[in-house]
Design a protein around this ligand. Structure first.
Ligand code: NAD
Length: 363
């Protein structure tokens, strides 16, 4: 198959659809990979690295789109990219079509086969191509929180792990899924005093078994949540109710009663946030303060560590890319029900119920 990797064009997007190591896996299987010149420059993958992996470098995105049977990207195609798609061409990338009518219509009109990373499933009910970004955001949340506690950011001036003779900070993690468990690993590593709250008993059992007492694992209800919030130095918001906006578990009243100089990292901000006082922020200006509580609410946290994020994402997407290349989209989709869940638009039709329902369109 002929595979194309264009340079991402969304503002401040440095990730790339395929790293040189993945290109090498494809070329070793006798597939052709066209990479747009400079596609990996922002994260240290040069054209020479791609050439060494067997790719061919093309000057423009137009060349890549024109020659490739399958386009592999990271972000949803922008309008100028959507105009370059053609009937029967495969597009494999994050799409997030439910809130984006213009993109949905144009992908339908393109006639392309559009497979979205975010709706590919696995055998355990998980979303394997979303999980790597939650792992990154979860781990990063502790770095972000540690900085938010510094005086220069308006924090209380506490070091997460303390030092001999000084108590560590209390880190309270709401939601013990992928984000929460990764945040806990980092916080425990820094020797903070860690508590994880979740309302799923099976999740609590799994966390209890994993952390063996290094983190307190507590059932989340109004009473436990409030008690731990008011004692916290750093709160990580990592809840998710699939398909829904995040529940506002931390109220304005809680914020007013939290310790002055404490901090909240609302990772769930991409789903609206689980804190009533949150609003989305950017990497350029990541924090703001409400009632002396520092809020960090960056909606695309993995973008800050684009190199790690790209490799993590590519590790998860590569088996599907290989399958699509080896079997073509028909064979790959028909032989893998989990990949089939990723199919959002095909041959002029919406094929994902949630997307059709969101836009009141036929599917
Ligand atoms: P997940 O499904 O693995 O975990 C969510 C957890 O929340 C589950 O364990 C669930 O039981 C728990 N939960 C749900 N309702 C709860 C409640 N009322 N009280 C306590 N716990 C509750 O999800 P995840 O992959 O960890 O993602 C968490 C959030 O982080 C999502 O909103 C995701 O979109 C977001 N996220 C944000 C960024 C970013 O850059 N800001 C990056 C990646 C993920």
């Amino acid at each position: 198959m002929i595979i194309g990797v264009p340079k991402e064009i969304k503002n401040h997007e440095y990730r790339v659809g395929m790293v040189p190591a993945s290109v090498r896996e494809l070329t070793a299987r006798n597939h052709t990979v066209f990479v747009q010149s400079g596609a990996g420059n922002g994260i240290g993958f040069s054209d020479a690295d791609y050439l060494a992996a067997g790719a061919e470098i093309l000057a423009s995105a137009a060349d890549v789109f024109a020659k490739a049977e399958m386009i592999v990207k990271v972000k949803e195609p922008q309008a100028v990219e959507r105009a370059m798609l053609r009937p029967g061409q495969t597009l494999f990338t994050y799409l997030h079509l439910a809130p984006d009518l213009a993109q949905t219509r144009e992908l339908v009109d393109s006639g392309a086969v559009c497979i979205a990373y975010e709706t590919v499933t696995d055998g355990r009910g998980g979303l394997p191509l979303l999980a790597p970004m939650s792992e990154v955001a979860g781990r990063m949340s502790i770095q972000a929180g540690a900085q938010a506690l510094e005086k220069s950011r308006g924090g209380s001036g506490m070091l997460l792990g303390g030092v001999p003779g000084v108590e560590p900070a209390k880190v309270v993690i709401i939601g013990g899924g992928v984000v929460g468990s990764n945040a806990a690993r980092m916080a425990i590593g820094l020797r903070a005093d860690v508590t994880i709250l979740d309302n799923n008993i099976d999740t609590l059992r799994r966390l209890d078994s994993e952390f063996q007492g290094a983190a307190k694992v507590v059932y989340s209800n109004r009473e436990t949540l409030e008690r731990h919030l008011l004692a916290a130095d750093l709160v990580i918001g990592g809840v998710l109710v699939p398909g829904a906006t995040a529940p506002k578990l931390v109220s304005r009243d809680h914020i007013a009663r939290m310790k002055p100089g404490s901090a909240i990292v609302d990772v769930a901000i991409d789903q609206g946030g689980c804190v009533e006082t949150s609003h989305a922020t950017t990497h350029e200006d990541p924090t703001f303060i409400v009632d002396e509580v520092v809020h960090y609410c960056v909606a695309n946290m993995p973008g800050a560590v684009a190199r790690t994020s790209t490799v993590a994402l590519n590790n998860a997407t590569l088996p599907f890319i290989i399958k699509l290349a080896e079997q073509g989209y028909r064979g790959a989709l028909l032989s893998d029900p989990h990949l089939l869940h990723g199919l959002n638009v095909m041959a002029g039709k919406i094929t994902c119920k949630e997307v059709a329902v969101a836009h009141n369109l036929a599917y």
